[in-house]
Every structure is written in structure tokens, then in C-alpha cells.
Design a protein around this ligand. Structure first.
Ligand SMILES: Cc1cc2nc3c(=O)[nH]c(=O)nc-3n(C[C@H](O)[C@H](O)[C@H](O)COP(=O)(O)O)c2cc1C
Length: 335
């Protein structure tokens, strides 16, 4: 199984990716959170920082673009080629209301004819550039039944890989992933398919793998944010199954080592954000967003997370984090 880290705007930027890659089981592929190119494909400075090779050493990284204009996509792809990228991912999954209202992300799925024309122009241009296109898609705008027609469109083009998050735009992150619709994608797609959605434990991955034995790649987002040991857990469970002695966690570090490694990861992340970002306010905002996931590593009844949320200065924040690491038991067995 190949593992990809899901792109998550505001969270899985290069600083997070590097820290994750260094402290935990590396991912096979990483994706940038969506970059929004200008009309001719120009990228903002902060987007260029995301993709600079020196900011992503040793990572297999695929830049992701959010646009519905072929010229913008190809202009940005040309720029990305100059930095050495050979694959670009198209975001057809973002459910945000403002994005969808502009016919972008999952909103673009509601306009199949325009999407078809866009893909035709993009694929022609990408071939000229010697680059490959991959797509991250939802099932449609409103109903999963839209997916079949979308698959017919995708089939017409030389797409490198189709990552399917089996929800529709109007689900946002509610409801459960629609595995029936995902099965349709697996069956109909002309290119390799990657599963994405709600994998939070070795058990939930095993359930998807059992249903789709031919599946050989998955993308994970929130599950890894909440439990950065997830891939190690999956591997340990796999080894235990091979030995036939059940899914114990023999190959996993014990809770003391997990706590220490998580602490080092946290400190590296916090230190790096403070080094590159202006103002602790922004740094704290980022760290608090991450803690809304990471707190699940610990047995907190809500009090400790609240204290982190209330921190107004780096000092208050560090004290709240020290209390988490000092006082709380870890959920060493995962989520
Ligand atoms: C805060 C947040 C930001 C996200 N940003 C992006 C993004 O920039 N590009 C994208 O394709 N998907 C984005 N997603 C969707 C995730 O990549 C992923 O498809 C989704 O979280 C489902 O996978 P999971 O259940 O493993 O988290 C975002 C999701 C969240 C919650």
C-alpha cells in the first residue's frame, strides 16, 4: 500500500510536511494545499515558498492547483516545471461555499461540459510541457449519481492518477464516505485510483482494503493529524496479522517513546513556525488548529485543549503544552 498525505489548507504546508517526514513514518507522496494561480498562472510569493525544492528536501511532492481556467493552470504548470515538477494535481474537491460559487474545486463538478473543455485544453498543454495531470475529485456537486458522468469525462484523458474522496460538495465533511460510488470509480476509471476519506485507524484502513483488495494507494488527512503514528500502527497491525497473532502493537514504540517523539515533533514545528512567521499571534493560531486534532493523542476531558485555546502569548502556550505532555495519559493504542 502506498500512503499519501492529504493536502490541508493552513495545516500541511511545507513546515508541517518536513516535520512529519522527519519524525514519523514518511509518506510516499505529499501534496501541497491548493495554490490559486492568477489569470496567467502567476503564483503568489507564499505559494512559491510552498513549492521551492529547498523547502521540500527529500519529499516526493505534488503541487496542487485550484482554478477553472486552462490558461491559469498551464501558466502555473510551466512555472512548476521550471522548479523541476513533473506532475500537477487539480483540485476538484474543495467544498468551501465561496470556492464552489466561483465554479472551482467541487463547484466545478456541477458544470461537466465546461470541465470537459477545461481538461481537454489542460491535457493538450500538459503534454506539450511533458508533464502529467492527476486529479483529486469528489463525487459531484449535489448527488453521488453525478459521478458516473464525471468518470466518463475523466476516462477520455491521460490522467496519471484519480484520487477519490467519495462525498459530494454539499456533504462538506458530514455523512460517511460513499463506498458504493467509490466502487464505481474503481471499476470505471482508466487510470490508477487512490482512496481518500475517514481513515483514522488501522481498522478503518483494513475495512477499506478488505472491500477493495486491488486498492494499492490511500490518501490520509485528519487521521494522521490526530495520530501521526498511524502509519506505524498500520504496519504493526499488518505484521501482527501476518504472524497470525492478532493486531497487537508489538512493533510500535511504547507510550513513553511516543510521548517523547511527539514532543520533539511539536517543538520542531513550533520552533520553525516562530522562525519563519511574523508575529506569535499567527503562530499560535496555526498551532491551536493543529492541537484540535493532536489532542486526540491524549486522554483529555477538554480542559487541557481549552487551556491551549486560551493562550495569548508564546509563554502561556508553552505552559499549556507542557501541562499536556506532563499530566495526560496517551492513547498509545490509537484512535
Ligand atoms: C482544514 C482542511 C483543509 C483542506 N484543504 C484541502 C486542500 O487544500 N486541497 C484539497 O484537495 N483538499 C483539502 N482538504 C480535504 C482533504 O485533503 C481530504 O480530502 C479530507 O480531509 C478527507 O480526508 P481525511 O478524512 O483523511 O481527512 C482539506 C480538508 C480540511 C479539513
Amino acid at each position: 500500500m502506498k500512503f499519501y498525505l492529504a493536502p490541508m489548507e493552513g495545516i500541511t504546508g511545507y513546515i508541517y510536511r518536513n516535520a512529519y517526514h522527519r519524525y514519523f513514518r514518511p509518506m510516499d507522496k505529499y501534496f501541497t494545499p491548493f495554490l490559486s494561480p492568477g489569470q496567467a498562472g502567476e503564483l503568489r510569493d507564499r505559494d512559491v515558498k510552498e513549492i521551492l525544492p529547498e523547502n521540500n528536501p527529500g519529499l516526493c511532492l505534488v503541487p496542487q492547483l485550484l482554478t477553472n481556467r486552462a490558461e491559469a493552470f498551464l501558466g502555473a504548470a510551466r512555472l512548476l516545471a521550471q522548479y523541476g515538477y513533473r506532475e500537477v494535481n487539480l483540485n476538484l474537491g474543495c467544498p468551501s461555499g465561496t470556492v464552489a460559487a466561483k465554479k472551482k474545486g467541487a463547484g466545478f463538478l456541477g458544470f461537466p461540459e465546461e470541465l470537459d473543455q477545461f481538461l481537454e485544453a489542460v491535457c493538450r498543454g500538459m503534454e506539450e510541457l511533458g508533464m502529467e495531470l492527476s486529479i483529486k475529485t469528489r463525487l459531484g456537486r449535489r448527488e453521488p449519481e453525478e459521478f458516473s458522468a464525471l468518470l466518463e469525462i475523466y476516462k477520455k484523458y491521460p490522467i496519471k492518477e484519480l484520487i477519490i474522496h467519495p462525498r459530494v460538495q454539499k456533504d462538506f465533511y458530514k455523512n460517511t464516505p460513499n463506498l458504493e460510488a467509490f466502487a464505481l470509480g474503481m471499476g470505471k476509471s482508466a487510470c490508477p485510483v487512490c482512496y481518500n476519506g475517514d481513515i483514522t485507524s488501522a481498522g478503518s484502513l483494513q475495512a477499506v482494503s478488505a472491500r477493495f483488495p486491488e486498492l494499492d494507494r490511500v490518501m490520509i488527512g485528519r487521521g494522521v493529524l490526530a495520530d501521526p503514528f498511524l502509519l506505524e500502527r498500520v504496519e504493526a497491525a499488518g505484521k501482527a496479522v501476518c504472524r497470525g497473532d492478532g493486531a497487537d502493537s508489538a512493533a510500535l514504540p511504547d507510550s513513553k517513546e511516543q510521548r517523547e517523539r511527539l514532543r520533539r515533533f511539536h517543538d520542531a514545528l513550533f520552533g520553525e513556525y516562530r522562525r519563519v512567521m511574523s508575529g506569535d499571534r499567527n503562530v499560535l493560531f496555526k498551532m491551536k488548529e493543529l492541537w484540535s486534532y493532536l489532542i486526540l493523542c491524549f486522554q483529555d476531558d477538554g480542559k487541557y485543549l481549552k487551556k491551549i485555546g486560551k493562550a495569548r502569548t508564546a509563554g502561556e502556550y508553552e505552559a499549556a503544552v507542557a501541562a499536556v505532555f506532563g499530566d495526560l495519559e496517551m492513547r498509545a493504542g490509537g484512535l
